[in-house]
Design a protein around this ligand. Structure first.
Ligand code: GLV
Length: 327
């Protein structure tokens, strides 16, 4: 019997491959760090029933329209702004993702980046290794305090809430801005809902955790950075598209904000000549929010479970577009 074809767009953990293998003929783009070229993806999608994808691929309308047999797209990520959900839904294609399993791990990394940026950890590391450490000095590599400071979290979803819990443990005042107020988080952590403008004006740390996509595109621009305090630190572990990077560069360069910690960029990998990389007050990471061994393995397995459910015409355990089942 002919097995359905599954396109796996990157080498993934063995446990995940083993879940898929009994159900499918697999086309694997067998690279660890190199994305599948779009023309190869387009070609391979033509007779595919399922695609196992990740944040670095673009599953756009062209791919979806080229794949008449496609039933399921499963991404090894919680975010799905790289997938044309409307096009998939219109075709009845279920889209799966991996919510929940990466919440705490991503909150850890967000807080690590916040602390590293505030206390200039990367600068200090480079300073010592470059042989520049001549003597103890009273104001050497002085940064900003975390305890007692005000954190403003934009997007209080699962990860935002987990960051708020860490902030409470560090004795921070917590503000948040979200589509809907979250009274239970307010009661538990003493967080306070404010409008975006008030959050930007009052926070020492502005942490962006809103999902990507059309509704949040360039949420942070010149006006928003202009409202922040000169001692404020901006942290982004959501999506680079949420930020106008030119406006961020200007704000950092002219001192209208103090520093930024970025795990995500408008274009990834961020080009080496990008102006943001030339600034000493920017700490950067390569989109590794959920990158612990345990969590990435769990995400890979969860994405495989979603994909296999789709192959078997079952409801995906974690579906982005449940509308596809409403017929
Ligand atoms: C990573 O960015 C994810 O959405 O899981």
């Amino acid at each position: 019997m002919n097995q359905p074809k599954v396109v796996v767009t990157r080498r993934i953990p063995l446990q995940a491959m083993e879940l898929i293998r009994p159900h499918a003929t697999i086309f694997l783009w067998d690279k660890e760090e190199e994305p599948i070229p779009q023309n190869v993806l387009l070609q391979e999608a033509r007779d595919a029933v399922a695609i196992y994808t990740n944040v670095a691929d673009k599953i756009d309308r062209e791919i979806i329209e080229a794949a008449p047999q496609l039933k399921v797209v499963s991404t090894m990520a919680v975010g799905y702004d790289n997938i044309d959900i409307a096009a998939a839904t219109a075709r009845g294609i279920a889209v799966g993702h991996t919510p929940g399993v990466l919440t705490e791990t991503t909150a850890d990394l967000t807080f690590a980046l916040l602390m590293a940026t505030a206390r200039r950890v990367a600068e200090g590391h480079d300073f010592v290794k470059a042989g520049k450490w001549a003597s103890w000095a009273p104001m050497l590599l002085t940064g900003q305090d975390i305890y007692g400071a005000t954190i403003g979290i934009i997007g209080l979803g699962r990860i935002g809430e987990a960051v708020a819990r860490r902030a409470a443990g560090f004795g921070m005042n917590i503000l948040y801005y979200n589509r809907n107020p979250r009274p239970e988080v307010e009661a538990e952590l003493g967080a306070r809902y404010v409008e975006l403008e008030a959050l930007l004006r009052q926070s020492d740390y502005v942490v962006l955790l809103a999902p990507g996509g059309g509704g949040t595109y360039r949420l942070m621009g010149a006006r928003e950075f202009g409202l922040m305090k000169p001692n404020a630190i901006f942290i982004n572990t959501s999506r680079g598209t949420n930020v106008d990077e030119t406006a961020l560069y200007d704000a950092l360069k002219n001192g209208s904000i103090w520093a930024a910690g970025l795990d995500v960029f408008d274009v990834e990998p961020v080009p080496l000549h990008h102006p943001l990389l030339s600034l000493p007050n920017v700490t950067v990471l390569p989109h590794i929010g959920s990158a612990s061994i345990a969590t990435r393995t769990r995400m890979a397995v969860m994405a495989a479970q979603n994909l296999v459910a789709g192959l078997m015409d079952e409801v995906l355990p974690h579906v982005v577009n449940p509308q596809v089942y409403e017929k």
